[in-house]
Design a protein around this ligand. Structure first.
Ligand SMILES: [Zn+2]
Length: 410
């Protein structure tokens, strides 16, 4: 059987995924989805790559980005189902890209675990990965990282907001008309400093989601008594790219834009919604104080402004990191620090510093960082921020005033 011409046509369709994502499934997709052993890609977070059945229990997926050139984050997410116990193989063909994500597996109970290294064989200079697993009877989900689809994320936001007394507000819509939702918490006084927390710009950056959730649970979940959080306005937008998440994109939204290269141009509805919300708040007297934006990369690192950029509060990153390292219960260093400010790169971090003169920090967790360590990093970062805010409150009370946007310890 000569499948090559069909495969390359489908690979092209996959590369134009945002055009074809709603089309009728191809015969190859349907072929993979039928029989005693099946591969399907029809849940939120699954990219619907061209699939070829290469044996009774063997499949090949043409892993292709939503457009190119693109940050190399070759994502995959699919279900395997078998009527009886079966050894199944799935070949991930990355084309010109290379294997990046260590596969995770979920046996239908919501619990994810890394596949053992012996289940993944890399070939052809890492441009092919062959996953071999014993499954069945029943269904398993395999993906580059844990899958948090749009329904899961909406449910988490709703539950988190309810538990912590946050207000939920739809500040805009994605191109696919999904809500861009903000969670907010109001200050006890007018003209308060504003802290902005962002996440979910890049769909496969799941450790950033895990870190963001743990950070927020720790920061807001411990609110009691005399609370330094009350002196600030909080604007939290955990899921800025619902379309990219839903369709299993590597990087972009449906407008073929890396959203973290749109802070300044604001050509996309998701980023424009955040801009409009911030402008409204500033016009009402709120003073942008700090922005944290959660992501994933190859290591645990905080990308901060340089200390001499002249921001207010000055020295925030150095002070926060010093507190964080002082209470870090783990071995060695918590996060690495990468100071920098590139005005030509329209990221949220750079835009926040340029537009408001306030620090923006990109919080990055490693793709393969142990999940327990991610919890510890995020919780410690939240505790350190709370201590920073308490110190600022104490210092300002001692001085007899709270200058908006200027609260800071030494
Ligand atoms: Zn990112």
């Amino acid at each position: 059987m000569n499948v090559k011409p069909v495969l390359s046509t489908l690979a092209l369709l996959g590369a134009a995924g945002f055009l074809g994502a709603c089309a009728t499934p191809s015969t190859e997709l349907a072929d993979c989805a039928q029989g005693d052993v099946r591969l399907t890609q029809d849940f939120s977070g699954s990219p619907a790559y061209a699939c070829t059945r290469t044996g009774p229990a063997a499949f090949q997926l043409a892993v292709a980005p939503e457009s190119a050139p693109i940050n190399p984050s070759p994502w995959f997410a699919f279900d395997l189902e078998a009527e009886r116990e079966t050894g199944v193989s799935v070949q991930l063909d990355y084309g010109e890209y290379e294997h990046r994500y260590r596969p995770e597996i979920n046996h239908g109970d919501g619990i994810w675990a890394a596949l053992p290294d012996t289940a993944v064989r890399l070939e052809a200079g890492d441009s092919v990965a062959v996953i071999s697993v014993d499954i069945g009877p029943g269904i398993v989900r395999i993906a580059g990282q844990e899958v948090f689809g749009v329904e899961d994320r909406a449910q988490w936001r709703a539950e988190f907001a309810a538990r912590n007394g946050l207000t939920r507000q739809t500040i805009g819509q994605s191109i696919d008309r999904q809500p861009v939702e903000a969670l907010s918490r109001s200050a006890s006084a007018q003209n308060a400093p504003l802290i902005v927390i962002l996440g979910g710009q890049h769909p496969p950056e799941v450790t950033g989601v895990l870190g963001l959730r743990a950070f927020l649970e720790t920061l807001l979940g411990s609110a009691s008594g005399d609370n330094p959080l009350d002196l600030y306005e909080w604007l939290i937008i955990p899921d800025l790219n619902p379309d990219g998440v839903d369709r299993g994109h590597w990087r972009q939204n449906l407008g073929r834009m890396d959203l973290n290269r749109d802070w300044g141009p604001f050509t996309q509805p998701e980023t424009a919604a955040v801009l409009a919300e911030l402008e409204t708040r500033v016009s009402e007297g709120q003073v942008p104080f700090l922005m944290l934006d959660f992501h994933s990369t190859h290591r645990d690192v905080l990308y901060t402004p340089p200390d001499d950029l002249g921001l207010s509060p000055d020295n925030f990153a150095a002070d926060w990191i010093a507190i964080l390292n002082g209470i870090w219960p783990g071995e060695g260093e918590a996060f690495a620090r990468g100071p920098g400010h590139n005005p030509d790169l329209p990221t949220s971090k750079t835009w926040f510093a340029t537009r408001f003169g306030a620090p923006g920090i990109t919080v990055e967790f490693g793709d393969e960082t142990d999940r327990g360590r991610i919890m510890m990093l995020a919780q410690t970062a939240a505790q350190a921020l709370r201590i920073y805010l308490e110190d600022a409150q104490a210092e300002n009370e001692a001085a007899g005033f709270l200058p908006p946007g200027n609260a800071r310890p030494d």
